[in-house]
Ligand binder design. Sequence first.
Ligand code: SF4
Length: 329
Amino acid sequence: MSKKGRVFSGARPTGRQHLGNYLGAIRNYVTMQSQYDCVYCVVDLHALTTMETTRDLKQNTFEMAPDWLAAGIDPKESIVFVQSHVPQVTELYTILSMVSSLGKLTDLPTFKDKVRLQPNNVNLGLVGYPVLMTADIVLYKANFVPVGIDQAPHIEYARETVRSFNYRYNSTALIEPEMVVTTVPKVLGTDGQRKMGKSENNHIELALTPEETQKVVMTMVTDPQRLRRADPGNPDVCNVFSMHKTFSSPEEVEMINTECRRAGIGCVDCKKIYAKNLNANLAPFRERRAAFESNPGAIWDILHDGARRAREIAEATMVEVRAAVGLPE
Ligand code: SF4
C-alpha cells in the first residue's frame, strides 16, 4: 500500500516511558507507520531549553529507544534517531530565525507558561523553541505532524514561518506541514488528579515488573467519596475505572460499572483485576524490551542508522535552502 505522506514527531528525552506516554503518543506512533513514512526523533536539543543539568541527558535519550522499539516502532519501516545527530537542524534553525518575528514568539501561550515556570532562566533557546520545532519538521519535508490540540499554535507558527521563508526567498524549498490532531485521552496519574508524568511522580513505568506494577496500581486514588468497602462507589469519577476501559475486557468493564455502584466489588479487588490485565497486556512488550535492553550496542546502531537516513533527507533540503537564500556553495 502506498503511504499518504511523511509524518514527523519528536519527543523530549524523558528516559523510561510510562503508561501516559504509551497511551498518549507511542501507540499512535506505531499505528501511523502503516499509513505514513514516519520520522520519529528524540529531541535532546529542545530539552536543553528547560534543563538545569544535563547529567542524565544521554541516559534519558538512550532509554527512550528500547521502549519505542519494544512497543512496535519498526526502525526498518520508520526513521528513529536523536535530534542532535543531524546538525543540519541547527543550521536551518539559524536561517529560519531571520524570518521569525520575535513579537509573535513571545506572544505564544507556551512561552508565557515557560516564563512563569522558570523566571530565572528565560534563555534565547526558550524563545526560539518554536523555530527549532519548525526546523525539525520542515527539514524532513514532513506533510503531517501529530499533535495534541495544545500544540496547535506551534504548528500554525511553523506554517507561517514556511510561508515567510518561501516568500522572502521566492522559493518552494519548504513545505507547510499540516496538523493531525490526535484525540488521545488525557491519561491521569495514580493520584487521579493530574496528567500522568514523571515530574509529578504519579506514573506507571512500562518496564516495571508485574509485581512492581501491581504495587503501584494498589496506590491509585479511587472515588474519594467511597470511604468503606460497604459504601457504593461511582466509577464515573474514578481513574481506576477509566484505566480499566483501556486494558480490561468489555465484560469486565461492565461488571465493575455495575458492581461498584452497589458495593458488589471493593476497590482492592478492582485494582487487582486492573493490575492483572495491565500486566497481561504489557507482557509481550516487556519481553521485547528485555531483549533490546540486553544489547545496548544494537540500540545505538539503530539510532545511528536512523540519523544517517535522516541526514540524507536533511542535507537534500539544505541544498535547496542554501541555494534559495543565496549562501555561497
Ligand atoms: S470499585 Fe473500582 S471503579 Fe469503583 S471506586 Fe473502587 S476502584 Fe473505582
